[in-house]
Design a protein around this ligand. Sequence first.
Ligand SMILES: C=C(O[C@@H]1C=C(C(=O)O)C=C[C@H]1O)C(=O)O
Length: 250
Amino acid sequence: MADGLTLECVRESLIRQEDTIVFSLIERSNYPMNSPVYVEGFADIPGFTGSLVEYVVRKTQAVHSTVGRYESQEEHPFFPDNLLPSLLPSYNHPKVLHPAGDAININTTIWDMYFNQLLPLFATEGDDSNYAQTAACDLECLQALSRRIHYGKYVAEVKFKDSPDDYGTLIRAQDRDALMKLLTCEAIEEMVKRRVEKKAMAFGQEVTLNGTDKEVKYKVDPFVVSRLYEEWVMPLTKLVEVEYLLRRLD
Ligand SMILES: C=C(O[C@@H]1C=C(C(=O)O)C=C[C@H]1O)C(=O)O
């Protein structure tokens, strides 16, 4: 995103990212829970002791880092240790964020939320042995959620630029609670919740050719998607916003 960062274009990006999140949850819902994917040591991979999903995320993100994925300020790896630098020439991604924000990475919290809170809400019980496919879907969900939540840095930057005096006073006082209050817009949050619920209905509807089906079935419960946003996605985005603002004048 170029220098002309506005709240409107930041909000548009968040709206587009809702589509990616809803679709990634729908893709994951094609598989049951497949719990062996999450059991440490189950895959018995030589030289590796974690779970299959951890293996897939680590290896995929390691490859992506060698082609420059994490040079973009919009991207955050789940396992930042030991990532290799990019083999390609720099893409010259515009650096619109304050460099002190680069250190903010809450993917550990996102990982925990996804596996311990969200997945049990929407994955059906069962095991169909599609472990690699399941782990690949989890990776897509995690990346989509991580990108959206860390986009809070852009939200914070644009809000700071729009009202530098109001934010500046609170940043100098390092007043976390007041910053949270100032950046919160409840009317927007209400719209986000309603919109993602509607998207889950529209994108996840089972389409049939005969019009006699009385009960519409959804691949992912629209209420779960709305709850995901209310309880985790928006609060974590705002947490990133506050963390970013606290460092904005460093
Ligand atoms: C993104 C914004 O800032 C805050 C974060 C929101 C979110 O995570 O969706 C929504 C409203 C605000 O509380 C905004 O004002 O648009």
